[in-house]
Design a protein around this ligand. Structure first.
Ligand code: HEC
Ligand code: HEC
Length: 241
C-alpha cells in the first residue's frame, strides 16, 4: 500500500525532506493576527463531509506516533487524538501545515494529506474513535490536593470554554481535553502561556498568562482526571461497548 511505503521512507533517516515552512510572523504576537481566520484549506475542509472509511486509510501513517487507537503516549510526546472534534483537528492540522503552529516532528507527515477532502476524512475518522480510559495522570503523592486546587481554578476560568467534563465546544473550535495525558497538558499550557504556540486563542492566553508553574501543575492534574460521558471507551482494549 502506497501510504505504508511512504511511512517507511519517511521514517528512514536517509531520505532528505524539505523542512517545515518558516514560522509566520503572524500569531499572537503579530499585530494583524486574527485568531482562527476563516480562510484557506481549513474552511474548505470544514464544509466537506468526511468519509470515515477513507479516513481510516489516511490515518494509517498517523498511528505510528499517535497509535492506531489514537491514544497517544502518557509521556506527553504525542497527544491523544481519539474523540477530538473535527473542527479542532482540522484547525490544528491546517495551522501546522500553514506554519502557524510549529510542529517539526509531525510536519512531513501532516503534508501527506493531499487535499481538504483528505483532511476532512481523517478528522471524521479520529472524531469517531472512543477516548481511551487509560491515560497519563498526575502521579504525585499529593494528587488529591492538586486535583482539588486545579478544579477550583478550572471551574472559575476554563469551564466556560472547555466544558464541565472537558468536552470542549465543537462549533467554537475549543478542544476536548478529557482523556488527554497529564504531561501533554502541562507542556501545552506552558507553551501557550509563554507565547510559543502561536495559533492560540488570545482570550485563553490572557487568562493563563499570570499562572505560576504550580498552578499549571494543579490545573493539568485536574484536567487529566476528567472523563467525557458517552465518548470514553468502555474497555481497556478500546471498544466503545
Ligand atoms: C512523527 C510523529 C507524528 C506523526 C506521524 C503524526 N503526528 Fe500528529 N503530532 C505529533 C506531535 C509531536 C504533536 C504535538 C506537537 C506539540 O507538542 O505541539 C502532534 C500533534 C497533533 C495534533 C494536534 C493535537 C492537539 O491536541 O492540539 C493533531 C490534530 C495531529 N497531531 C494529527 C495528526 C495526524 C492526522 C497525523 C497523520 C496525518 C499525524 N498527526 C501524524 C507527532 C506526529
Ligand atoms: C475563550 C475560550 C478558552 C478559555 C477561557 C480557555 N481556553 Fe484553553 N483553549 C481554547 C482554544 C480555542 C484552544 C486551542 C488552541 C487554538 O488553536 O486556539 C485551547 C487549548 C487548550 C489546551 C491545549 C489542548 C490541546 O489539545 O492541545 C489546553 C490544555 C487548554 N486549552 C486548557 C485551558 C485551561 C486550563 C484554561 C483555563 C485556565 C483554558 N484552557 C481557558 C479556548 C479556551
Amino acid at each position: 500500500m502506497k501510504k505504508s511505503l511512504l511511512l517507511i521512507a519517511l521514517l528512514s533517516a536517509s531520505v532528505a525532506f524539505a523542512g517545515p515552512p518558516a514560522p509566520k510572523k503572524e500569531g499572537i504576537e503579530g499585530k494583524d493576527y486574527k485568531w482562527n481566520a476563516q480562510e484557506g484549506e481549513k474552511i474548505e475542509a470544514l464544509k466537506l463531509k468526511g468519509d470515515k472509511k477513507r479516513g481510516e486509510e489516511g490515518y494509517e501513517i498517523c498511528g505510528a506516533c499517535h497509535l492506531p487507537s489514537g491514544a497517544g503516549r502518557p509521556d506527553g510526546t504525542f497527544p491523544q487524538l481519539a474523540g477530538q472534534h473535527t473542527t479542532v483537528l482540522i484547525k490544528q492540522m491546517a495551522d501546522i501545515r500553514g506554519g502557524l503552529r510549529d510542529n517539526p516532528t509531525m510536519y512531513p507527515f501532516a503534508v501527506t494529506l493531499t487535499d481538504s477532502q483528505e483532511l476532512a476524512d481523517v478528522s471524521a475518522y479520529i472524531e469517531g474513535l472512543c477516548i481511551p480510559i487509560e491515560h497519563g495522570k498526575y502521579e504525585g503523592a499529593d494528587a488529591a490536593i492538586q486535583i482539588t486546587k486545579g478544579k477550583d481554578l478550572y471551574e472559575k476560568q476554563c469551564l466556560e470554554c472547555h466544558g464541565k467534563n472537558g468536552e470542549g465546544d465543537k462549533a467554537k473550535f475549543y478542544p476536548v481535553i478529557a482523556g488527554q495525558h497529564y504531561k501533554y497538558l502541562l507542556r501545552q499550557m506552558t507553551e501557550i502561556r509563554d507565547g510559543h504556540r502561536r495559533n492560540s486563542n488570545p482570550d485563553m492566553v490572557k487568562i493563563i498568562k499570570p499562572y505560576t508553574a504550580d498552578q499549571l501543575v494543579a490545573i493539568s492534574a485536574y484536567q487529566a482526571s476528567l472523563t467525557m460521558p458517552g465518548n470514553m471507551c468502555k474497555t481497556k482494549a478500546g471498544k466503545k461497548k
